[in-house]
Structure formats: C-alpha cells, structure tokens
Design a protein around this ligand. Sequence first.
Ligand code: SF4
Length: 390
Amino acid sequence: MKNQLSLYLHIPFCRHRCSYCDFNTYVSLQGLQRMYAEALAVEIEQAAAVDAYGGKRPLSTIFFGGGTPSIMTIEELELIFTAVSQNFTLAPEAEVSMEVNPGTVDIAYLTALRDLGVNRLSFGVQTAVASELALLEREHSFADVQTVIAQSRAVGFDNISIDLIYGLPNQTLDSWEKSLQAARDLELEHISLYCLTIEPGTPMQRWADDGQFPLPDPDLAADQYLLATKFLADAGFEQYEISNWARNGRVCHHNLTYWRNQPYVGVGAGAHGYAADTRYHIVQQPRVYIRRMKADRPRPPFPLTLAVAGHHSVTRAEAMTDTIVTQLRLLHEGLDLPAFEARFGQSFADAYPQQLPQLLEWGLLQMDGKWLRLTENGRFLSNQVFYRLM
Ligand code: SF4
C-alpha cells in the first residue's frame, strides 16, 4: 500500500436528522444534490492536480461517507465516479466503500452501485431493538436491515459492515445482547461499535436536560463493551481496532489509512484531508461549497482546493501524538517503534522516559519485538493511556 492514496468523499444530505446526530449533514437540501455532484467533480479534479499527492498515485481506497451517500441518485454518483476515474488511477483491488441507510435503497439501486464499482457497503443499523431505534429517530426498522442485506448479497456484495451503538439511555445488557445476536445472525464481514455521546445542540441533549430519561451509565457502557468483545470473539470476529471487528480478514482498509496516520484526500463539504504534513478542512455548508467550486478563479497552491476553509502544517509534536493515538488503536498491529524513531529522530523510550515504564508496569501497554500495543486492560483505559502520551 506504500505510495498509494485514499480518497474520502462527503455527502452532506439526509432525509431526516436523527436525534443524536451532530454530523455535517442537512435535511431539505436535496434540491442541491445535482449541483453538489458537479461541484465535487470539480474539486476532485483540483485535488488530483496537486503535485504533493504524487501526481497519479493510485487510489487504494475510496470511501463515501455522510450524511447519507445513498441519498444520491445513480446519475449523480455516475458523475462523481467519472470524475474520480478521469483524474485518479485506481489500484487493482481498490476498496470502494459506501455508507448506506437501510430503507433508502432497492435492489435496482444496489445493482447500479455494484456496476459503478462500489465493492463494500456500510449500513448504519445502530440497534435491533425497536424502542431504541425510535429513541434515535432512525427511519428504518430492523426488518429493513435484514431485507437490504439480503438484497445486497443477492446482487453480489461480499463485504458488508454495520454500525451499532451502545451506551444508549435505557439500554440494558440484555437489550444490547439482543442487538449483538441479531447482528451475528446477519453473517457479516465487519462490525463497528460506537458508544453514544450526547452531543450539544442535539434533540437527544435537550431530552436529557429535560430529564426525559436517565443519563447513560458509563459503567454499564463499559460492561456492554466487554460483553461485545466476548460475544463477537465467540461469533468468529477478530477485534483489530478498539471499535472494529472483522471476519476472515475483511478489515476496513480505508479506515486503516487514518489509524496508520497516512495521507488521504478529503473532498466535499465538511471533509478533512491530510497530505504532505498539512491538515486541511473544507467549508461545511453545501451552498457555500457549491459557490466556491463554481468560482472562476485559479486553484490556490497546495494543499488547497477552492473549497478549503482552513489548513495548518502539522508540527512535530502533533505528528508524534497523532501517530501514537491512531496506531495504538490497532490492536494487532500497534505502534511501529523503529518507524517511529526513523520518522521523529528519537526513540519512543527517549520521548516518553517516565510514561513508558509506568504504562508498562501498570499493564496498560506491552512491547512485542518492534511493536508497542495496548493490553486488554489498556483497551478499556485507552483514553487514559493516550492522555499520558500527549
Ligand atoms: S442518517 Fe446518519 S448522518 Fe444522517 S442524520 Fe442520521 S446519524 Fe446523522
């Protein structure tokens, strides 16, 4: 994968906003979708023209995230895929993922996605329990999930992931286990688990402030995570990252780019990118994004496209922290100590002379040859470990 590149495309539209969501997404802007796809095509061209991306470095992964990427029509997606193939080379066996909301697609749409080159689907399922889906204001039922996964298999998708959420208000260990059982029965390649964060400004936060439900108990959430690690191991899944499990080695290669702290191109409203030691972010509002990409101005110098709202050079200290916090999330890989020393001109032990022996002694980190990894206890206390290494 060396010298290859990843591309993230953000689709900031949803039919409805879920009660817990603070992502960069907008309802009632679907009228902009066609113009947005055209703007994305322009940004893809500008991003690909950036020399620091290595000219025609092949893309090893593409990820459509949102928002709801599956809200885009096939014609709009064709426009975007054409721009990608005209401006980038795709590596053989490239992973092309798309987030899909159950209940938003049919078999004809899924077939068209396959024909466009999408080879991995990620469904936002969240829970199999009807009352929890209602609290999250998800628009689909678990029966919709079963249907769309059966349809996806029927049209040939053999790499399917779902997201589940634990730490929900009123979610018990039993109800969480029901979701895990239902997920296991879907016979998937990949599962991601997230702990609910009640974000400021969301309906969920207002309801919590009004006392409509008890705040989730962090100890119960820890027990739910522990239950999931055992349950999924018994179901044949390997935990390769703090929040991610795969069967038969079907890890998410796109997210591995982030966890290995490697460069990636981000396009679309609210996307982030990282290249040549520079992190940048794109304007958030779809209307502003479209206006910027339509502007008749020359593209600014690297790493900017006309839609970039801000950027900064990554300092050595920031790069060290990013490398540690992202690579330690990878449970089987971990932090590559010789690579760390080669990159930063200092060994990890020299950089953290007090912290490293302490974290080893507490049994939160372990060394295995050239790798430094979280222990099983360290996984539960990963935030504490990362905090001490910042
Ligand atoms: S579908 Fe996803 S992005 Fe859209 S509102 Fe719900 S949680 Fe947010």
